[in-house]
Ligand binder design. Sequence first.
Ligand code: GLN
Length: 275
Amino acid sequence: MTSTVRAAVEQVRRRIPRLDARLLMQHLLGITHAQFLADPDRRLAGDEIEAFMTLVLRRERGEPVAYLVGEKDFYSRSFRVTPDVLIPRPDTELIVTLALKHLKTLAWPRVLDLGTGSGAIAVSIACEHPEAAVLAVDVSPAALAVARENAARLGGKVGFVESDWFAALGDERFELIVANPPYVAARDPHLLQDGLPFEPDLALTDGADGLSCIRRIVADAPAHLVAGGLLLIEHGYDQADAVRGLLAAGPYVDVSTWPDLSGVERVTGARAAAG
Ligand code: GLN
């Protein structure tokens, strides 16, 4: 086994993607990409090589890089992630962008993030729009601990409550409710691919047809939105029609869907009807 950072990363290129190898190496040595590039001939100690090969093996067996390095970039901030939370996806940045656009028009808005997980959505909104009073809920205490840490590290002012969707919220109302709920159907083969087996089932699947959490959110949100308040829900690539249908049947107006970076219908929303 060779002993410079560049050579070690090159050496495993047939086993894992080069980018992953570089990220694992940077994590191991506690260095940035710039430092990696500046000193490719840095020599590795025997225990560093061993630790690197262990990470490569875990990656090769399917563990997501984000869990191996303990962080993931989202909306230009680095979020801490553990296997207790879903790894934030680039597609989910869409819901933040739409949320911020809505908030721009309001003074001191109240925002609710349902099923916050790592806190990626809630903390991004709080950091980008400090005027907003952001409340984030999750049913998982372990996820809330990660989200709290992210809020503290990144300086986002977010309140956290352990709650099964709206259950612990009383009669509070919000100008904006956002949610990235578990929407993968129980039998979707996707759950067995791409590192998803390492992510919490609770965050990925409703254990049913993929729409049961969304049905619940659509049904209960009107009691927690001000008139004209906006509900934004992320959903699966083939669920936009169904989600629009659910919203159209309720006390909502202005039902719309927005595409993600890959052009897939990814977020559907509507406003609470007045009165
Ligand atoms: N977007 C995720 C995936 O398909 C699922 C996230 C979710 O269920 N909220 O990998």
